[in-house]
Design a protein. Structure first.
Length: 277
């Protein structure tokens, strides 16, 4: 098996709604398979700083999901849980750990909740599912009344700025501000109104996730200066599940795995080792 190997599908990778690639092999026998899931208008490349620092026992797989930057037409016609399930199924023998960012966290929680309906609950001892989950900058709110009209206005009116901040965090070179905005506008148009509504609709469903049934360990990581997924969201989720630890990284915003890669990798590495213990 080689790095960046496509594991399924006959269409070119760019045309498939979901692809999964092996981005780094483990250096020990019996590795822990880790599946990395990106957020809205992002890509698997957002995990590159973490990949370089991950524990040697981790076999890392990165998904390209249909809400990536260039978008895949029609992805909003299916529940987000379907796309997560497809990504999970593409990892040989299934992932031991899921690591999701931003909108990816909401899709993973939706999938875990639906999976609980099918399997009668989700448990770390269930060999058919992940043994642990890492949520990075989670978009989560515990109560329906936590959403108001200002919430919609904030995410709609600041969508281009959010996209621009994401590009700035993940690009290796700095672009002029007008070029950043031009690219952000094109990405926004690729996503379209249906994509944005699907994003926010998934966020609105978070209070209905039956978190008490999610019994596997969670690691929750958020930047203490995050203006997209507010630290209060991370803390609310950690209180809602039976087993979770939350870490706010000082000076980080919405992409702590990019802006604080060493600290982020240390937290994830410790979490994975604890699963073995």
């Amino acid at each position: 098996m080689t790095t960046d190997q496509e594991v399924r599908g006959t269409a070119p990778p760019a045309e498939r709604p979901v692809t999964v690639r092996l981005v780094r092999e483990a250096t020990v026998p019996h590795p822990r398979r880790v599946l990395l899931l990106h957020g809205l208008c992002s890509s698997g490349a957002v995990w590159d700083p973490y990949v370089a620092l991950a524990d040697e026992r981790c076999e890392l797989w990165a998904a390209e999901l249909p809400w990536r930057g260039t978008g895949v037409a029609g992805w909003t016609s299916r529940p987000v849980e379907d796309w997560v399930e497809e990504a999970v199924a593409l990892v040989p023998d299934g992932p031991d750990v899921l690591v999701a960012h931003s909108f990816g966290t909401s899709t993973v929680l939706s999938w875990l909740d639906r999976r609980g309906d099918r399997d009668g609950g989700t448990d770390a001892a269930d060999t058919r599912g992940p043994r642990g989950v890492v949520l990075v900058s989670p978009l989560y709110r515990a109560e329906t009344h936590d959403f108001d009209w200002q919430s919609i206005e904030y995410y709609l009116n600041n969508f281009v700025r959010i996209l621009t901040d994401g590009m700035r965090a993940s690009m290796s070179r700095k672009l002029p501000a007008r070029h950043e905005r031009d690219i952000a506008l094109k990405v926004r148009d690729y996503m379209g109104p249906y994509g944005w509504i699907h994003f926010f609709g998934t966020y609105l469903r978070m209070p209905y996730v039956r978190t008490e049934r999610l019994r596997m360990p969670f690691l929750v990581v958020c930047g203490d200066e995050d203006r997209v997924a507010h630290p209060a969201d991370a803390e609310a989720f950690a209180k809602a599940v039976p087993d979770a630890s939350v870490h706010l990284l000082p000076g980080s915003e919405h992409f702590p795995m990019v802006t604080s890669p060493a600290l982020f990798a240390d937290l994830v590495n410790t979490f994975v080792r604890a699963l073995d213990a």
